[in-house]
Structures are given as C-alpha cells and as structure tokens.
Design a protein around this ligand. Structure first.
Ligand code: SAH
Length: 459
C-alpha cells in the first residue's frame, strides 16, 4: 500500500488553499463539504471564489503566498499553475509536518485526494496513488452506477436504530443477520423509493416480537430490448439481489449474464400463441414463490407495461397481498428506432406517435384504422411480423399512400440488429421472400426516411 486511506474530521479546522483558479475552487468546495474553515490565498481569484468569500463561507486573502500563511493550518492544498510556488508550498508544509496536497503533482504531495462516491454518511474513496487518476475515476463511475443514491439515507436509518438493535439482540451474529436482512429486503427497498416513514415502521416491526417475514417480494423488471447497457441501475440492482428469476424469450442472453450467479432461473417461455407456461400459471407462480419468502425478479423484455401483460401479473400479486415493485424498461419502439437512426417524432414529419399491437387474432387485427391513417403520425407495430401483409392492406385500404416508408427492425439493439427499409406496398413481398425472424418491430411513417442520414449504430 503506497498510502494509508483515512477519513479526517476537519470540521471548523483551518485549511489553506493556495491559488484562486477553477481547480482551487473545486478543492475549496470539497473542503467546505466537510465543514472546514477555509482560507484561500492568491493574488487573483475567479468569480466563484469571490462569491464564496462575499457570503462569508471562506476567507479570501488577496496577496502573494508567504511562509507564515501555513502557520496553524491543519491541511494545505496548493492549486496554482506556478510550478515553483507549488514546490515551495509543499516543502514548507512538509518541514512542519502539515499534510499537503499539490494538484497534479503526486511527488509533491504528502496526501492524495481520492475520487469519491458520496452517499453520506457512506463515503467511498478510490485512489490510484497518483499513478492513474483516470482509471480511479472509471472505478468510481462503476461504483456510482451500482450503489443506489439512497444508501446514505439507509445508513442514517440504520444509525438511528443501532442502539435499539444492540439492546434487543445481544450477540454479534444475530445482529449481523438482522442487518443483512434489513439491507437487502423490504426496508431497504422502501428507503430507496423514498418511503422513509414506512421503512422506519417496518424496521420497528421487524425488531418486535411478532415478525411476519414469511412473505418475500416480487420485482417486475423491464429488461429493455436487448443491449444490456440499456438496463436501468434499479433493474440491475434488483436482478442481482433476487433469489429467483423468471424470464422469457425476449430477455437477451447478455442481460441474463448479469443476474445473480446463484439465483434460481425459471424459463417461462412466451412465443406468440405458444406459451411455454400459460399466463395464469405465471401469475400464480409469482405469488407462490413470494409466499415462500423468496425475492422474485420477473424479468420482461422492453417495458413491462407496454404489451407485456405486466399489469395482469401484478394484479394477481395485489389480490394476494404480495408486495411488489415495478421497474420501467426501454421499450422496443424506443430502443429499435434509436439504434436504427429513426427519430419517432420530428418537427417536419411527425407530431404524434401510436404504439399498436399487430398481433393477429382469428386472422385479423382489431385496430381503429381510420385513426392510424392520418398525416404526420408515426405508427409502431409490435408483434406484427405475421400480420404484416394484413396491416399493409388495411392501411392502404384506409387511404395511406402506397409508397409510405416502412422499416422492419429485427432483434433491435442486439449484435444481430438488422433493419429492412421498404414501402407499404412492398411490405408483404419483403416479409414473404426474406428470412426475417422475431422479435421484429415495424415502423410506418415519413420519419423512416431520416435513417438515410442518421443511421449511426450500424455505421
Ligand atoms: N414489453 C415489450 C414488448 C413485448 S411484445 C417492450 O416494451 O418492448 C413483443 C414484441 O416487441 C415483439 O413481437 C417485437 O415486435 C417487439 N420487440 C421486443 N424486443 C424487440 C427487439 N429487440 N427488436 C425488435 N422488436 C422487438
């Protein structure tokens, strides 16, 4: 270890910043976050520092740095662009053993400033000992994305209950168990969704004698259209905390790679009209698993509430008093159009947008065709590959021009992403004579033309 990581209490302690530019300003802000009494010494300073001084948040002394400025300081940061001055500040500070940091000069520092993930009171500091600050920042970005913002609130809550828990549970092992359950269960989830008072009540109840912790929870999670980078932070967190994962064909392999390693995986299929597990059985399975006390993640392609029957699944949960959360996902229309360079709306071509299901029932689609055939509107058909011929016929019969541009997007956003551009007239011909596979999305509208200029993903 090149450096000892420590957290110092600098509340109301004198800290000196030499320099008055943007970098100095950033360091001052950091010191202020930890409530330091900051003095800034510089011949000139930026507007922001001037404002801080004016509002008495710091003391600014407009002058050149001299030796006596370091007297009685607890920490010193030198952030000037004068190499000699930085070296002098460093030497003087080291002489009297005051910790000193010189921005961008590890050799002159006796302490380095880490990259920080701030979930106060939880603070994570990352350092590369000055060797690769950019890498440290990347590590920080990874941590930022995987640690919920409300961890701070969770830690505060735990702090409030710490003594009570200690009194109630007198051995370390049972306290550890208790807190593990709290931090990965319903109390934590309530804190994450901002229901602090409910979380407090639950925590209190779980500390009490009659704890009913038999019921688990269901997370109905939108897994997006395929590219795992399109998952939300929340989706990823819940996927990694669930004990059981129920997934279907639309969830990409790449996304499945990210679920908790030791979770039980249950495939519930779902190909059109060929459900591996009937919808009613899926609904019931969710209830049964949760009632066994398990945390169940129901992963669905795209967004669970857009042609995903997510509503039906949670209706059954609600009827059975099973707690649940729903996480929206990027729906196929959004992912596929974006990755194909087709903006769904555009000031010149389309002011409205319709999402419709093109699922054939008894050989037809029950759609309000007159409402679909209007100027300046984009229509996105889900589940319409088999019904493509029927829909093109209907749209033309209701007055849409035969050369209206149409895009078919196969396995959008995945490495197999493929786009076919045609016209309404040619659509059925294309589908009949080309080997296009599900899942495929169909976009009808003038906006399809924009792809010629805006296609970025395949390019
Ligand atoms: N809930 C999902 C939609 C489920 S319906 C969502 O919000 O995206 C299934 C239909 O979605 C498929 O028939 C297809 O039309 C479309 N779809 C889903 N993922 C797709 C993808 N990666 N590429 C193309 N179409 C997709």
């Amino acid at each position: 270890m090149d450096y000892l990581p420590i957290f110092i209490d600098i509340k109301h302690q004198p800290c000196l910043v030499v320099g008055g530019g943007d970098v100095a300003y950033r360091k001052i802000n950091l010191l202020l976050k930890a409530d330091a009494a900051v003095t800034c010494v510089a011949k000139e300073c930026c507007e922001e520092i001037r404002k801080l001084a004016k509002s008495k948040k710091i003391k600014y002394i407009k002058k050149a740095f001299i030796k006596s400025d370091i007297n009685a300081q607890m920490l010193i940061i030198s952030a000037t662009d004068n190499v000699n001055l930085n070296a002098r500040v460093s030497a003087l500070a080291k002489e009297v053993n005051i910790p000193v940091n010189v921005v961008d000069s590890p050799a002159l520092c006796s302490f380095v400033m880490p990259s920080i993930v701030d979930r106060s009171p939880i603070i994570i500091a990352v350092s590369s000992a000055g060797k690769a600050p950019v890498l440290a920042r990347l590590v920080r970005a990874k941590l930022e994305s995987s640690i919920p913002h409300a961890y701070g609130k969770l830690a505060e809550l735990a702090g409030d209950f710490r003594d009570k828990v200690k009194q109630k549970l007198n051995n370390i092992e049972s306290r550890r168990h208790f807190w593990e359950k709290i931090f990965s269960g319903i109390v934590a989830e309530k804190v994450f969704s901002g229901k602090i008072e409910e979380a407090k009540a639950d925590l209190q109840a779980q500390l009490g004698e009659h704890v009913d912790d038999k019921t688990g929870e269901v997370y109905l999670v939108g897994a997006g259209p395929g590219d795992a980078d399109l998952l939300t932070f929340k989706a990823l967190r819940l996927m990694q905390q669930a004990d059981v994962i129920l997934y279907d064909r639309l969830v990409s392999d790449e996304v499945m790679e990210l679920v908790r390693r030791d979770a039980e995986l249950i495939y519930v299929g779902k190909e059109c009209a060929n459900h591996t597990v009937a919808q009613g059985d899926i609904n019931q399975l969710l209830v049964d698993l949760a009632k066994q006390g398990r945390r169940v993640c129901r992963l669905k392609g795209g967004d669970p509430f857009i042609f995903g029957r997510g509503g039906e699944e949670i209706e059954t949960l609600a009827e059975n008093n099973v707690p649940f959360q729903v996480v929206p996902g990027i729906t196929a229309a959004s992912g596929c159009s974006t990755y194909s360079g087709i903006p769904l709306t555009h000031r010149d071509y389309s002011q409205s947008l319709r999402f419709v299901t093109g699922h054939l029932k008894d050989g037809t689609m029950n759609l309000p065709w007159d409402e679909l055939v209007v100027e300046q509107q984009t229509i996105v058909f889900y589940m319409a590959l088999i019904g493509a011929k029927y829909l093109s016929k209907q749209l033309m019969a209701h007055g849409m021009r035969a050369n209206m541009p149409v895009a078919l997007i196969e396995r959008g956003t995945t490495p197999e992403h493929k786009v076919y551009v045609t016209t309404l007239m040619e659509l059925s011909n294309l589908v009949e004579n080309t080997n296009i596979h599900a899942p495929t999305l169909i976009i009808v509208g003038e906006v399809v033309k924009l792809r010629e200029k805006l296609n970025w993903f395949e390019a």
